[in-house]
Design a protein around this ligand. Structure first.
Ligand code: CP
Length: 308
């Protein structure tokens, strides 16, 4: 039997994504929902990078669903150095019922999925962060009731968080305006495919050079760190390139009244976002962090319970 992997948001149909968001809302209202969904199951978290939110929210989600979780950090699995990924994937598949993988390269997550005989969930790669996007869309839906016709503005690095956000927006028909420095645009292939999908839904996906043009009239202003894990050596160049792309009071004043500010965390205050905006009443960053738990419980219930 082919396992049901979740490597990117594009793996989901509109029906599945909407079902996941509805189920996340039910999980949030009733923390006991699905209390036996993972009974007797063990999931492994294979993480090559640090994590607070993804690790803890998944471990808590698995426990609340009646299963147990096991963490393997960078020193345990040593993917590709101690042994090939395909061997780790096949070995773990003999012990556990699912694997959540956080790696540097997306090709490594794909290799894991190719060889694992249990479901593989992407807990972040350099191209995608699909579990974050589930929580992001759930948070927007929670705030606005519906998402139709809303405009999301993303200002900053064209990274994995943006790719997953764009894919989710395209599936649900949200408009997305993105401002990045020219050398830090989103991945060309992902952007092209996502723009095509957005157009089919009647949604606009646009890249603009100016953060002000991106933010103007937006319902959501989203940013992420300028220097992600593994890019530390590029920090000085990135600080220079992203100088004009800070989310601050002036930029927020361009957005619609009632605009919410989002950030997947961790945040670097004074770089991509100012302290006052991050701590403002418009900021929903800790709802977003909390919603990782509810969205991932919904995802796990769909993967293991056949709920779709
Ligand atoms: N947003 C997010 O993925 O946080 P962590 O890196 O702490 O898991």
């Amino acid at each position: 039997m082919t396992p049901h992997h979740f490597l990117s948001i594009a793996d989901l149909s509109e029906r599945q994504l909407r079902a996941c968001l509805r189920l996340a809302a039910r999980c949030k209202r009733n923390p006991r929902l699905g209390a036996r969904a993972l009974e007797g199951r063990v999931l492994a978290l294979v993480f090559q990078k640090p994590s607070v939110r993804t690790r803890v929210s998944f471990e808590v989600a698995v426990r609340q669903l009646g299963g147990s979780a096991m963490y393997l950090g960078p020193d345990d699995a040593q993917l590709g150095t101690r042994e090939p990924i395909k061997d780790v994937a096949r070995t773990l598949s003999r012990y556990v019922d699912g694997i959540i993988v956080r790696t540097f390269r997306h090709s490594q997550v794909e290799e894991f999925a190719r060889y694992a005989s249990v479901p593989v969930i992407n807990g972040l790669s350099e191209l995608h962060h699909p579990c974050q996007a589930l929580a992001d869309l759930f948070t927007m839906q929670e705030r606005f009731g519906g998402l139709k016709g809303r405009t999301v503005s993303y200002v900053g690095d064209g990274n994995n968080v943006l790719h997953s956000l764009a894919q989710a927006a395209a599936i649900l028909g949200l408009h997305l305006r993105v401002a990045t420095p020219d050398g830090y645009r989103p991945n060309r292939r992902i952007w092209r495919e996502t723009a095509r999908r957005a157009a089919r839904r009647g949604a606009r996906l646009a890249w603009v050079a100016s953060p002000q043009d991106a933010a103007r009239g937006a319902d959501v202003l989203y940013t992420d760190v300028w220097t992600s894990m593994g890019q530390e050596r590029e920090r000085a160049a990135r600080l220079k390139a992203f100088r004009r792309f800070q989310v601050n009071r002036r930029l927020l004043s361009e957005a619609a009244r009632g605009c919410i500010v989002m950030h997947c965390l961790p945040a670097h205050r004074g770089e991509e976002i100012t302290e006052d905006v991050l701590e403002s009443r418009q900021s929903v960053v800790f709802d977003q962090a909390e919603n990782r738990l509810h969205a991932q419980k919904a995802l796990l219930m769909m993967v293991y319970g056949g709920r779709s």
